[in-house]
Design a protein around this ligand. Structure first.
Ligand SMILES: [Zn+2]
Length: 307
């Protein structure tokens, strides 16, 4: 009789253990699938186009150059994009805004955000006209604004301020430089964060550091400002953000010599791995909110090819 009890107890404990194992396993698997973030720095030559997908939304930051619109369309179609929930334009230069006409023509854009910095070229006037004609919700973003990308992913704007836009991106010598007012934003998803910089340059970085404590800027991944130009990625900014990886969007054999050798050296010195679209093609960052993974389309990290 006692032996039977022992067997019965053993079977009961075994079944409890099995139930708890199965009970733990299912929800973990579900949450890993439901909450996922993918950021793709698309290879669109000399320009920026970054596709972000959360479990709820598709977001496009910048649209590459007018001449590279076919490349952008091929990349978006390959990803199966039909709707863009949020189109964000960091600043109205052609290598960021030029592909917007193609985007409006081929995809359902639900909302547009930019820095509200006006400029004169036709592609910019056409862009504003299309937003109006298609009646697309449109909002300008400022330091402190926050967008919800869905799926637990947020995007906090760090620059520009209203005052900066009013000044129109003025350099110390009085020249206008639209790069200075690029939208800078920090994407956060659980323990993962990524800094988006557009073509922000060192004066933008320095002003941003004065307004925001370094603790609010830390990110594992940095989108290199201004295609890896020496105008950007200042040491103080790198030390505040403390990225482990930098992603550089630049065209093969570009005449600007991006990414600049001094920036690559600076990354190496700060132990920041880097990938570049001219060598690595489209670069994919994936995160589950805990860890992250960077996968280049081809090649390896830290290529010092060229320049
Ligand atoms: Zn640019």
């Amino acid at each position: 009789m006692r032996r039977h009890w022992r067997i019965l107890c053993f079977l009961m404990m075994l079944s409890l253990a099995l139930v708890s194992l199965v009970g733990c396993g299912i929800p973990m698997e579900k949450s890993a699938v439901a909450s996922h973030l993918t950021v793709k720095m698309l290879d669109v030559g000399q320009g920026d186009a970054i596709l972000i997908r959360t479990s709820d939304e598709t977001i496009l930051i910048d649209t590459g150059d007018t001449d590279e619109a076919a490349k952008l369309k091929a990349a978006l179609d390959k990803e199966g994009v039909k709707t863009i929930d949020k189109l964000i334009i960091t600043h109205p230069h052609r290598d960021h805004l030029g592909g917007s006409a193609m985007v409006f023509q081929n995809y359902a854009v639900k909302a547009v955000y930019d820095n509200g910095q006006p400029t004169t070229p036709k592609f910019y006037r056409d862009y504003l006209k299309t937003i109006k004609v298609k009646n697309i919700p449109y909002k300008t973003l400022r330091d402190g604004d926050r967008l919800d990308f869905g799926g637990g992913v947020s995007f906090t704007i760090l620059s520009p301020t209203e005052e900066m836009v009013q000044e129109g991106g003025r350099e110390a010598d009085g020249k206008i430089n639209l790069n200075l007012n690029s939208l800078v934003g920090r994407l956060a998803y659980g323990n993962f964060a990524m800094m988006f910089t557009g073509d922000a340059e060192k004066p933008t970085e320095q002003a941003l550091l004065k307004r925001h404590p370094a603790g609010d800027l830390r990110c594992q991944v940095l989108k290199a400002g201004h295609h890896g130009s020496k105008t950007s990625s200042g040491l103080a900014f790198l030390k505040a953000v403390q990225p482990e990886v930098a992603l550089i969007s630049c065209g093969a054999g570009n005449s600007y010599r991006h990414p600049h050798a001094s920036v690559r050296r600076s990354y190496e010195k700060q132990r920041i791995d880097f990938y570049r679209t001219d060598v690595n093609g489209t670069i994919t960052v994936e995160s589950d909110g805990q860890t992250y993974r960077v996968t280049p389309e081809r090649g390896v990290k830290n290529s010092n090819k060229g320049n």
